[in-house]
Design a protein around this ligand. Sequence first.
Ligand SMILES: Cc1cc2nc3c(=O)[nH]c(=O)nc-3n(C[C@H](O)[C@H](O)[C@H](O)COP(=O)(O)OP(=O)(O)OC[C@H]3O[C@@H](n4cnc5c(N)ncnc54)[C@H](O)[C@@H]3O)c2cc1C
Length: 471
Amino acid sequence: MNVVIVGGGITGLAAAHALVARAGDRPAQVTLVEAAPRWGGTVHTLRVDGFLVEAGPDAFLVHRPEALALCRDLGLGDRVVGVRPEHRRAYLVRRGRLVPLPEGLALAVPTRLWPLVTTPLLSWRGKARVALDLLIPRRRANGDESVAHFVRRRLGDEALRWLAGPLMAGIHAADPERLSLLATFPHLAELERRHGSLIRGALASRRPAGARRRGPERSPFATLLGGLGELIDALVARLEAAPACRLLLGRPAQAILREPAGYRVVLDGGESLPADAVIAATPAHVTARLVADMAPELARALEHIRYTSSAVVSLAFRRDELPPLPAGSGFLVPRDEGLTLTGCTWSSNKFPGRAPEGFVLWRAFAGGDGRPPLPGDDGRLVELLVAELGALLGLRATPHLALVHRWSRARPLYDVGHLDLVARIEALCPPGLLVAGSAYRGGGLPACIRAGTEAAGRALASARRSQEVAP
Ligand SMILES: Cc1cc2nc3c(=O)[nH]c(=O)nc-3n(C[C@H](O)[C@H](O)[C@H](O)COP(=O)(O)OP(=O)(O)OC[C@H]3O[C@@H](n4cnc5c(N)ncnc54)[C@H](O)[C@@H]3O)c2cc1C
C-alpha cells in the first residue's frame, strides 16, 4: 500500500507523520516528495550572526490545539514559549503615530467597553456607530459576505478602516472587501445569528470576572525557543527514523497521473512513483498544474484560488541607537496611512533568544492583496521600509543587519464564496486523491497540521479500500 505526499511544508510533513504514526498492523509505504532543497516550505528559520530569523511564520495560535499537541508529541513541549507578558500590547498607526489597540478586541468587536470608549483610534461618531450594533437587527440573508461588508454593516466604516481592516491585512495579507467572512471568521457570523448583536454576543461569551482575575492571561501565540524550524527538524527526524517512510528532497513533482490501479506521481528527471493514494500538499496553483492532464476541471477550480505576494524584512539594530519605544509586540499600519510598510513585529520583545545582547531584531512586512507592487530591488525595499520606520518612530539608526525574504504567491486568499469553491474542489478530486494545505480550510499552522492529519486518515482509508477491491 503506497501513499505519496507531494509538498514538504508543514501540511505534507504533518500528513507523513500521521501516516507513519497510525499505520497500525498494515503500515503504508509513505513517500514524501519536496521540490526545494530544504523541508518546511513557508516555515523557514535561519541563524545569522547570532540572530534567530523567522523568514515566514513566527508563532502559532494556542487556542487551536493542533500545533501545541504536535510539539508535545514530538517531545518539544518544554521548548514552547508564549509572548512575554510585558510585551503583549500591540499598536496601530494613526496619522503617523503609534496608538495602542484597545484591549479586549476580537477583530473589531469590543469584548470590553471601557477600552473602546477611551481609544483615540475612533472618533465619537465612530464609537457611537459601533454601539449601534446593539440595535441593528440581525441579517436575514444566509450565505457568505465580505468581512468589509459585515463590519461596515454591524459596526460602521470607521471600525472597518481603523480596526478590522488593518487586523485583516495583518493576519491574512488580505483585502477585507474581498475576504470571505464564513471562511475566516465564522464565529462572528454565528454571534450575530445567535445574539442579534456582536457586542452582546461577545460580552456573553466572555469568561466570568472571577475566572479572569485568577492568574495572568495565557499568551494566545506561542513559538519554540529555537524558532519554528525546530518543529520542522523534529518532524523530519521522526520520519527519517521510520522504516516505512522515504524522503525525497530537491525532487519536484511534474504530474500526478491516473492509472488503472491507482496513481503515478512523475518526478523531474523521469522517475515515477506508483501510489494507491496521493496527498497534494502543494499550493493550489501548483496542484492545478500537477493534475491538469488527469483532471482538467479540477485544475480549473484550483486556479480560482487567488494568491498574494508579500515580503518579510528582518532588521537588526543596536539597542543603544534606538529612540525610546513603548513596550509591546509591534504595530500594524492601516492602508489609509499610505505607507509601503504594512506592519512591524518587535521579535526580540516578543520571544527570548532572537537577538544577541545589545541588539534588537524586528520583522517589517510589506505587500499583500490590494497593496501597490513592491520595488523589485531588495536594497531599495530595505531603504524604503527603514525610512518609513524612521519617520514613524523617530529612528535614526542604520540597520546592523537587513535580510529580505520575498514570498511570491505564497499566501492563499479566501475570497467570498471560498468554502463553496473548496467543497467543489473536494468533490472533483477522484477517489484516492486528497488536496490539503493552507489554500483550503484555514491558513494558520494549526489548521495546516489538522488538514495534513485528516488527509492522511482519508488517504489510508482510500488506499485500503483500493487494495481490497484489487484482484
Ligand atoms: C510571511 C508569512 C508569515 C506567516 N505567518 C504566520 C504565523 O505567524 N502563524 C501562522 O500560523 N501562519 C503564518 N503564515 C501562514 C503559514 O506559514 C502557512 O499557511 C503554512 O506554512 C503553509 O503550509 P503548507 O504546507 O500548506 O504550504 P507550503 O509551506 O507552501 O508548502 C508547500 C510545499 O510544496 C513544495 N512544492 C511546490 N511545488 C512542488 C512540486 N512541484 N513538487 C514537490 N513539492 C513542491 C514547496 O516547495 C513547499 O515546501 C505565514 C505565511 C507567510 C507567507
